[in-house]
Design a protein around this ligand. Structure first.
Ligand SMILES: NC(=O)c1ccc[n+]([C@@H]2O[C@H](COP(=O)([O-])OP(=O)(O)OC[C@H]3O[C@@H](n4cnc5c(N)ncnc54)[C@H](O)[C@@H]3O)[C@@H](O)[C@H]2O)c1
Length: 362
């Protein structure tokens, strides 16, 4: 750990300065315990532009960044590059927070977990959105027992046509909507209701031919519509819909509904910290708002996971968005892919340490 880290400030390097790196960098520099020191991208102009706006030094290559006095690498590269960049960073002695998914296979994901453990380094992974105010509020309501036994959960992810807004949509379609965005409700649900023990999936490509914003046609291979059924260790069953066809205009497009013997809880959005949360008694005709445990000043604080990881290093306590949890979610993706091929449910055995609620939501 660098002298800076020992004094409570963690020095951060960002690898991958694309679309989401701007919000990350903005929120990283707003944290007292984080210092943005270095940035790099395959396209040096992107790293330079981000450094100009938020500070830190743009360096030409990943190796250059790993040679800087950086404690923690924030991996914001393409989905298919995550595992390789995370591995190189750990091997260079850096803690890592990766954007999701941790890796594109279970073997790779658990290898990274083992590598970090062997080297005594922290491995964190998005999504961190369980740490949001609305999500913590929903979780606290579940912990009170107000819903009784929770037996059914419906989660909706209608994310629309990525090519309408993202300048480089192909990596998103290569992994598909389940991996790219289904990861949000899956991470929340497995954290609060237990790991998945059985996964069954149905998927179709509804709209194979797509066109980028600059007019380049491309064809997609992963389902843009998928329904996945999960049985969780705690006993609840989940129906998760993920789509890169149905858009964000759809009712409930990012909602999670928890249904218990005594009542139901509606979390209006799985990733927006200021989302509404509502409760209805079983059989009730109306929903009442549940006040957030504390107001959220922002829609999403993109550095909340990095901040928690950095504080956990300094305070010598577990961090919340762990590599183990992300690897379990990769196991769910692999099981869903196998189920698409065979039409059969797939059993899972992996687990992860349960994250702690945020101190302000306990
Ligand atoms: N865009 C969003 O709204 C959003 C939101 C949440 C999470 N994410 C996740 O963040 C990650 C990045 O998404 P994005 O939208 O910023 O993508 P992007 O394509 O805009 O940016 C990725 C950047 O990584 C760089 N890169 C790729 N491989 C590299 C390597 N080996 N070395 C150095 N640089 C490399 C690319 O040049 C590019 O600039 C993805 O995993 C995505 O799922 C994106």
């Amino acid at each position: 750990m660098s002298p800076k880290a020992r004094s409570g400030r963690i020095r951060v390097g960002i690898v991958g300065c694309g679309n989401i790196a701007g919000p990350y960098a903005r929120d990283i520099v707003s944290k007292r315990n984080l210092e943005l020191v270095a940035l790099t991208d395959l396209d040096p102009a992107r790293a330079k532009a981000l450094a100009k706006e938020h500070g830190g030094r743009a360096v030409p290559t990943v190796d250059d960044l790993l040679n800087e006095d950086v404690d923690l690498v924030v991996n914001l590269t393409f989905q298919g590059s995550h595992a390789a960049i995370t591995r190189r960073s750990l091997e260079a002695g850096k803690h890592v927070h990766s954007e999701k998914p941790l890796a594109l296979s279970s073997i790779e994901a658990w290898d990274l977990v083992d590598l970090a453990r062997r080297l005594g380094l922290r491995l964190g992974c998005s999504p961190f959105t369980l740490m949001g105010e609305a999500q913590q509020t929903a979780w606290r309501e579940l912990r009170t027992g107000r819903l009784g036994t929770i037996r059914a959960v419906f989660a909706e992810v209608d994310w629309g046509w990525i090519e309408k807004w993202h300048p480089a949509p192909v990596p998103f379609y290569e992994v598909g909507a389940l991996i790219d965005v289904g990861v949000y409700p899956l991470t929340i649900l497995t954290a609060v209701l237990g790991p998945a023990r059985s996964v069954q999936s149905f998927g179709r490509i509804l709209m194979p031919d797509r066109v980028t914003r600059d007019g380049t046609p491309f064809r997609i291979d992963a389902p843009d519509f998928q329904v996945t059924l999960l049985e969780l260790e705690g006993g609840a069953v989940v129906r998760l819909t993920t789509s890169f066809y149905v858009g964000q205009h759809a009712h409930n497009h990012a909602a999670v509904d928890f249904h218990g013997d005594k009542g139901s809880l509606w979390l209006g959005h799985f990733s927006e910290f200021d989302a509404p949360v509502e409760f209805s008694e079983f059989g009730g005709k109306s929903w009442s708002p549940v006040p957030l445990v504390r107001p959220s000043k922002v829609q999403i604080d993109w550095a909340r996971g990095v901040e928690d990881l950095a504080l956990a290093i300094v305070e010598d306590r577990p961090h919340r968005a762990t590599g183990e949890h992300a690897a379990h979610v990769v196991d769910i993706f692999m099981a869903a892919a196998e189920s698409l091929r065979t039409g059969e449910p797939v059993k899972l055995a992996s687990s992860f340490p349960s994250p702690a609620p945020m101190p302000w939501a306990q």
